[in-house]
Design a protein around this ligand. Structure first.
Ligand code: E4P
Length: 227
């Protein structure tokens, strides 16, 4: 499953873009509000850090059809290719999705809570649909099951739309959507760290270092090879 980073924090983006195999960055108005300041500069900095080939998903804030179209055009004009316009799944959102998809724009339909919404978004031409996992599970609904349902519907229909699961609160949810047939997931920095961390990994590495030192002292394998 492809992984994107769900943050607008430049330090975190720089770090994970350097060390982790991420495909891009997703934002929403709440994520951008958390960083504050000059939003256009912030998004430009994100684009500069990840480069022009990775995905940058930016959510529209306009609500009327014509205004969302203008906003979407401006977003792609400003932040370049591989910029995906995030549109909430509303009546107007579906209409905008169809309009933009027909003109070759990448559209991520977001705030998806049901498989029915995902199906409609796909039929409108969405590149991605973004089902919200923890926001769903917090309401005692089955967020993971919704991803599985959307995956089954897309498979049957042979649609090109991909699932970009979002809104995670645990690392287990990330694994669960992968097993449920999700193509991509966007994950915050703390969950990203949880995905790799394991105390037994840490103690194993310490053990390797200790055993090497007790047998070979300060000599390293590299030193021996380059002798
Ligand atoms: C994707 O970008 C979504 O907007 C985001 O994952 C929502 O996450 P939250 O439910 O933690 O706010």
């Amino acid at each position: 499953m492809r992984i994107l980073l769900d943050t607008a924090n430049l330090d975190n983006i720089r770090y994970f873009n350097t060390y982790y195999p991420i495909e891009g960055v997703t934002t929403n108005p709440t994520i951008l509000a958390k960083e504050g300041g000059d939003v256009v500069k912030q998004l430009s900095d994100i684009r500069r850090i990840i480069g022009e080939d990775k995905e940058l998903h930016i959510q529209v804030t306009e609500t009327k059809f014509e205004d969302i179209i203008r906003e979407a055009e401006a977003l792609v004009r400003t932040f370049g290719k591989n910029t995906y316009v995030k549109i909430p799944v509303t009546d107007t959102g579906l209409r905008v999705t169809k309009y933009l998809a027909d003109r070759g724009y990448g559209v991520t339909v977001t705030a998806v809570l049901t498989a029915a919404q995902g199906m409609l978004a796909s039929n409108a031409g969405a590149t991605y649909v973004a089902p919200y996992i923890s926001r769903s599970e917090n309401l005692c609904a089955d967020g993971i099951g919704t991803v599985a349902d959307i995956a089954a519907i897309f498979k049957t229909a042979g649609t090109k739309t991909q699932i970009l699961a979002a809104s995670f609160k645990t690392a287990k949810e990330v694994l669960d959507v992968a097993v449920a047939g999700c193509h991509s997931a966007t994950i915050g920095s703390s969950i990203m760290r949880m995905l790799i961390s394991h105390t037994t990994t840490d103690t194993s590495i310490l053990g390797f270092e200790r055993d090497w030192k007790s047998a070979f002292g300060d000599t390293t394998l590299l030193k021996l090879l380059e002798k």
